[in-house]
Write a protein of this length. Sequence first.
Length: 70
Amino acid sequence: MSKLLEKLIAKVRKLPDDEQDLVAGRLMAHFDEVPSDADRVSIEEAREAYENGDFAVLAKWKHDMGIGDN
């Protein structure tokens, strides 16, 4: 564990339980927002496809697939 994280945990342990829960909830929310390794790969592949012009906007894709042309 990093020294910085150890310092943080020591400070959090001194807080009342309800404030510890608040800190824990915020930290957990942060991890829920962090993309997984698979997500990062997909994002990078999408960026490369966009830069190469290998993409279609949703409206065109729907039109080409015959979806949503009502």
